[in-house]
Design a protein around this ligand. Structure first.
Ligand code: HEM
Length: 223
């Protein structure tokens, strides 16, 4: 009996659609902007620690400012920076919704979960000689899965803090703030691993990786 074996279907493990590329770079920009607001808030401006300097400068002009008055001024500066953090935060919420939409409505074989499963399958089936390469791909994809989790935590805790004045979110405010703070370090860790990994892959074995994430995949030209 002639058995008909179905041809193997090539399941893609990468997705360079225009919408994903836009999401990637917009997200990278907004996370950088968020980190910059924190750098200004906590280090460069650090308005609370500037209060004594402010008092000293005013005293030179023969104006006495109490610590409370100085604190009120510092609060205004600090609030301005937080306002920007929240604007960028809303843009990140919009991108999060967009990514969820792409995951739920895009072609099923291009969904992140489908690609992750395919990479896991390839890792399990890889012969010993290819195991290390398959393992690297699986590691990279796992860091992306974690990154999506961190982003979801950032968006959720950020929204809780925005609505801290409501009876529902008020009691969660402190915990949300702590989680938001810790997750920032996890995101910084991801960014470091991601950038080093991408530059390493680009230079060693996956030439053109970065330009594909900018311009998309070149169409298959058949002679
Ligand atoms: C992924 C990028 C983000 C980073 C690195 C980041 C980092 C931070 C950090 C370190 C704080 C200070 C927490 C503390 O004082 O202990 C903070 C506060 C805050 N973040 Fe974010 N955040 C990000 C995204 C977001 C998003 C997406 C939102 C909104 C949806 C948001 C809304 C807020 C709010 C409302 C506060 C409190 C501001 C205040 O005290 O007035 N953040 N963020």
């Amino acid at each position: 009996m002639n058995e008909v074996i179905a041809p193997a279907v090539e399941v893609p493990i990468k997705d360079y659609r225009g919408s994903i590329r836009f999401w990637h770079w917009a997200n990278a920009l907004l996370i950088s902007l968020q980190l910059i607001t924190i750098l200004f808030q906590k280090v460069i401006v650090n308005s609370r620690s500037a209060v004594p300097e402010f008092q000293q400068a005013m005293s030179k002009a023969n104006v006495t400012i109490t610590t409370k008055q100085g604190g009120a001024f510092a609060h205004i500066i600090s609030e301005r920076i937080w306002d920007w953090h929240i604007y960028f935060g809303w843009a990140l919420v919009a991108l999060w919704v967009m990514r969820l939409g792409l995951q739920l409505t895009g072609p099923s074989n291009l969904r992140f979960s489908a690609r992750l499963m395919e990479i896991l399958r390839r890792y399990r089936l890889a012969p010993p000689a290819d195991k290390s390469q398959a393992g690297k791909i699986l590691f990279a994809k796992t860091t992306y899965a974690l990154f999506y989790l961190f982003l979801t935590i950032m968006v959720a805790t950020g929204l809780i803090m925005i609505y801290e004045d409501t009876a529902f979110f008020g009691p969660m405010h402190h915990t949300a703030e702590e989680i938001h703070n810790v997750t920032m370090y996890l995101i910084i860790g991801f960014i470091l691993i991601h950038v080093v990994g991408v530059v390493w892959a680009e230079s060693k074995e996956d030439h053109g990786l970065i330009s594909r994430m900018v311009g998309g995949e070149a169409p298959n030209i058949k002679a």
